[in-house]
Design a protein around this ligand. Structure first.
Ligand code: ARG
Length: 253
């Protein structure tokens, strides 16, 4: 576990008073998104985002506490102050920037994840016309799939049938059971699932990354001091080389 409040940490003084007082930063996160954030067999919160938060927390002298939440509730929770930040592999998009601020920490796009052997013979998102894609509700994958459907119908082809689920794990099950032709997930997540699920026999990745862009730690627009403190702490983690060590440890491609 991350150390408790440490008032002599390098960036403790740059935190807002209420966070200094609490000694914690309350995080909202959908903890079913391996390897970014998930629960291990013992129910412990683990993953790339979690370890990065620990490193940032060391710089700030406070502990990031992860609270499990549904992904599509995170922005509302932030705006209503029920959480201090959202760390959930969340893409920093122009659309979301209208509502919240981001501290970017990684770059990833979506990619198609299909059943091993690629039974529907998909090569790219353009092949989704007339096919079924399973995605997590409220994600960029859902948006991209809906946009692709419009592209299909504009071209006089069949629309994409987009099946949306609260958890990414439910969407993946559809692909595994053959009830969806494809899933669409952030590249590091799809790569992890292709490598690990069923000992590497359940899924494979098809085609290139779609609309790659930054993932960010999301902060309320009112919390500029917290945002800037996290930004500074992240920079320190990057300058120290610890960020690169984390990337290497997770073999995030
Ligand atoms: N990057 C995508 C998005 O922001 C998906 C993130 C899903 N994260 C999660 N923990 N389930 O929409």
């Amino acid at each position: 576990a991350a150390p408790a409040k440490n008032t002599s940490a390098p960036l403790f003084a740059s935190l807002p008073a209420d966070i200094q007082e609490a000694g914690t930063i309350q995080v909202g996160s959908d903890l079913a998104y391996a390897p970014m954030e998930y629960l291990d067999e013992d129910g412990k919160v683990v993953g790339f985002d979690v370890e990065l938060a620990d490193l940032i927390g060391e710089q700030l002298g406070v502990e990031f506490v992860f609270n499990n939440a549904q992904f599509d509730s995170l922005i509302t929770q932030l705006k209503s102050d029920r959480i201090d930040v959202a760390i959930s592999g969340m893409s920093d998009t122009a659309e979301r920037q209208k509502e919240i601020d981001f501290v970017d920490y990684y770059n990833a796009g979506g990619v198609l994840l299909v059943k091993k052997g690629n039974p529907s013979g998909l090569q790219s998102a353009d092949d989704l016309c007339g096919k079924t894609v399973a995605v997590q509700r409220g994600t960029t994958a859902e948006e991209v799939s809906n946009a692709q459907s419009t592209t299909c119908t504009d071209a006089g082809k069949e629309p994409v049938e987009v099946l949306a689920f609260d958890r990414e794990t439910e969407a993946m099950l559809q692909v595994k059971n053959g009830r969806a032709d494809s899933g669409m997930q952030d590249y590091p997540v799809a790569a992890y699932n292709a490598r690990t699920s069923g000992g590497g026999n359940d899924f494979e990745i098809v085609g290139d990354q779609i609309e790659a862009g930054p993932l960010g730690i999301a902060v309320s627009k009112e919390d500029t001091q917290l945002r800037d403190a996290i930004q500074e702490a992240l920079q320190a983690v990057m300058d120290s080389g610890d960020y690169q060590k984390l990337i290497d440890a997770y073999e995030v491609p």
